[in-house]
Design a protein around this ligand. Structure first.
Ligand code: ADP
Ligand code: MG
Length: 729
């Protein structure tokens, strides 16, 4: 039988770039064409409906039934005009991906034909049979049903002739069963808390909007090679494979010229993204071979996150058109960088100010310092929780692997901001003085040169870095739903801002001036949260020791990290801010442990299968070639001469036998370990067992397989190697 590996390598190398039809019109002519945005609403809805809907969106008000019916009618007309035949509620269950169930716009017309129907009721609320989505026990103990409800703040869109309506997904008893519900709650709570504090500085602030600019990293692999790797197909990562002699050590891929096949894919992807109103902007090669990045212009966080989830699924489709498979896994290949999703996170006011941006006046800078200090305090207090919000079976491979980010959450501020904070801590008073008729603060923070801030020293080893007017949370995994990180971050910061505002108000009530009250509380925050501030090399071993001394969380086991959600500090914080209830937190943790177990279980099964059915037979076949050779040598030559000539072959025969035997034993032991683990009732204990006992076998088995890959005849080796998978020509 022909070696599948060679067939797929041949196929992959013969491919040329797929031609993309670039529209003749300019971007603005097709941008958002598949979105029911305000322009389409205006076109398709009666005037009062349009106004009612916009009012409801802007002021987060519920829709009346009549209004919903009228919106549904217009939305349906628009969808049908644009080729849609089906509609679906589009939601984000705890599986981490998106879910949809399509219904056609058809109803009986009573005359043997059909009419196209879509009512407000169907638009606003549906009851997907949700018992097969992860729910952590919520649905077993209460109502078995759940419902999805339209999130009017995110516009409907058309993908593949289906009208998709972004929705939340909750149980009948009101518990969230998705990511969107708590994300929306967290956005609401941070709006209120940040507005409260921003109003200490400017009475005109009515609302604070949370912005998200995500950067999506990914790998591309030729589809023929992908298909020849069962581990990639079933787990999204390679469970074996010796490092390629050349990978990223020459640093020649980052920002390098993009291969033409990939460029065609990117162009196609951006066209799709733009039609869907996703403001894709930046594209470039990443550090590892075959690794790339796409970043849009930042948007309001809920919309931005919907766009990220949508983009991930569009990416997979577009990749197939170009005979690629996109790998969103955090660590598809050992030995080279993995992929993340940097979350650029900021808060902006309705008055057009970014709260983490230094301003031109002393007051603005005082506000800047106040917000930075509060973020520091929140990240410090909840550093363990923030890590728990991004760690899972796949991202765990990337954390602490000497690439962004380390498995310790710390905060990078850069020299400019650090020195400002030092000055604030040392400041004695905030007597106001008059400069050019304007009230100024004597605090020496009036002039923070904006340029210096913009060029703030970049520290790529920090998981949470200040970057001029925002924070970049780099620890998020490439396949994750950003919401998990944002829910924890927004809730923690909102809670901190509320505590801060309470304390400032207490001081004011006791007769302190407002500015003095703020200054005193800010000083306290900066002093107390110093341990989270670290501008050094986050990859160094010294930092691990130093971080432990500082009391930061250094745990690396995902199942143990999830315990942090259940601690009183986290539960109180989530309940105080109204983002998650204790019951929801507990249910979500059950899902996390269960998912963790299943991921490792699948990987372990796939590796066992590959080891026994692919690798060992190849190794034995090669061993038999060697044996045959030795036998012939011994026939031809006699005595010492034969021994000398056959010596290397004999050594290799033995080595192969050793590796094969080690693989056999470890696979057997791993299967037994799984059996023991599977009997454990508690999801938590089971996940811990999978982490502590089952997963380590995979490392050992892989070690022996990778050794065999180096020894066995290249002609016999059955699976595409790293050097073949990783270099698109
Ligand atoms: P880099 O890779 O150097 O960090 P990129 O240009 O790849 O930068 O991505 C920066 C991301 O940050 C973009 O998505 C951009 O829109 C976003 N961004 C810029 N300013 C803000 C802000 N104030 N709030 C949130 N995101 C922002
Ligand atoms: Mg970045």
């Amino acid at each position: 039988m022909a070696n599948l590996r060679f067939k797929s390598v041949e196929e992959a190398t013969a491919r040329k770039a797929v031609k993309v039809d670039l529209p003749k019109e300019r971007v603005d002519a097709y941008y958002g064409k598949q979105v029911f945005n305000r322009q389409r609403m205006f076109e398709y809805l009666p005037k009062e409906t349009y106004e009612g809907l916009v009012e409801a969106i802007d002021n987060r008000k519920p829709l009346s039934r009549e209004l919903a019916d009228s919106v549904a009618e217009g939305m349906k007309r628009w969808a049908l005009d644009n080729g849609a035949r089906h509609y679906t509620h589009w939601f984000h269950p705890l599986t981490g991906s998106t879910a949809e169930k399509h219904d056609a716009f058809v109803e009986h017309d009573g005359k043997g034909g059909v009419v196209e129907k879509f009512s407000g009721k169907l638009l606003v609320q549906q009851e997907p049979d949700a018992s097969s989505f992860p729910n952590g026990g919520i649905r077993n103990t209460f109502e078995a049903r759940g419902y999805s409800a339209w999130d009017i703040s995110s516009p409907a869109f058309i993908v593949d002739n289906t009208l998709c309506i972004p929705t939340v997904f909750v149980s009948y008893t009101g518990e969230s069963l998705d990511y969107k519900t708590p994300l929306l709650r967290s956005l609401n709570t941070i709006d209120k808390a940040a507005t409260r504090v921003a109003r200490f500085f400017n009475d005109d602030v009515k609302h604070v909007i949370c912005n998200l600019g995500w950067e999506q990293e990914y790998f591309l692999v030729d589809e023929a090679l992908f298909a020849a790797r069962p581990d990639l197909v079933l787990t999204g990562r390679t469970l074996m494979g010796h490092e390629s002699a050349k990978n990223q050590q020459l640093e020649d891929h980052y920002f390098g010229s993009i291969p033409s096949r990939v460029e065609a894919f990117m162009l196609d992807l951006e066209l799709e993204a733009h039609r869907l109103g996703i403001p894709a902007k930046t594209r470039h090669n990443e550090v590892a071979p075959n690794q790339f990045e796409l970043a849009p212009v930042f948007e309001e966080a809920n919309l931005a996150n919907d766009h990220n989830l949508l983009l991930m699924s569009v990416m997979e489709e577009v990749a197939k058109r170009h005979n690629f498979r996109v790998l969103l896994h955090e660590k598809p290949f050992a030995g080279i960088n993995g992929s993340g999703k940097h979350n650029n996170w900021s808060l902006g006011t309705n008055t057009g100010k970014l709260l983490f941006a230094p301003g031109k006046t002393a007051r603005e800078n005082f506000r800047f310092v106040t917000f930075v200090a509060n973020v520091m305090a929140a990240v410090h207090k909840h550093n363990g929780l923030l890590k728990a919000s991004i760690i899972n079976a796949t991202n765990a491979h990337r954390l602490g692997a000497n690439e962004a980010p380390p498995a310790i959450i710390s905060m990078f501020l850069g020299s400019a901001v650090s020195s400002i904070l030092d000055k604030v801590v040392a400041a004695e008073s905030v007597e106001t003085i008059s400069i050019n008729g304007k009230e100024q603060l004597t605090l020496d923070i009036a002039q923070i040169p904006e340029l210096t801030i913009d060029n703030t020293d970049r520290n790529r080893t920090s998981p949470f870095a200040f970057t001029g007017n925002r924070f970049e949370y780099r620890a998020v995994g490439s396949s994750a739903n950003n919401a998990s990180a944002l829910i924890a971050l927004n809730a923690a910061v909102a809670d901190q801002l509320n505590l801060f505002a309470d304390k400032v108000e207490e001081r004011i009530a006791k007769g302190e001036t407002r500015d003095m009250a703020i200054l005193e509380e800010v000083k306290k925050l900066i002093r107390e949260s110093q341990p989270i501030h670290f501008d050094g090399n986050g990859y160094s071993d010294e930092w691990k020791e130093e971080a432990a001394r500082r009391g930061l969380n250094t745990e690396t086991s995902a199942p143990l990290m999830y315990d942090i959600y259940n601690t009183p500090e986290s539960v109180d914080m989530f309940e105080r801010t109204g983002v998650l209830t204790r019951k929801e937190i507990e249910a979500r943790n059950e899902v996390k442990w269960e998912t963790y177990t299943k991921k490792i279980q699948i990987e372990s099964r796939v590796l066992g299968d590959l080891a026994i059915n692919h690798v060992i037979p190849a190794a034995v076949r090669y061993q038999s070639v060697l044996l045959d050779n030795v036998y012939k040598i011994q026939q031809l030559f006699k005595g010492e001469k034969a021994e000398t000539i056959a010596a290397q072959d004999l050594r290799n025969i033995e080595k192969i036998a050793e590796h094969v035997s080690a693989i056999n034993t470890n696979v057997k032991d791993m299967v037994n370990a799984r059996k023991i683990a599977n009997k454990i009732e508690s999801e938590r204990e089971k996940a811990i067992e999978y982490h502590d006992v089952v997963a380590p076998y995979m490392e050992t088995i892989r070690y022996h397989i990778d050794k065999l890959e180096l020894m066995v005849d290249n002609e016999i080796w059955p699976l595409p190697k790293y050097r073949e998978l990783l270099f698109i020509r």
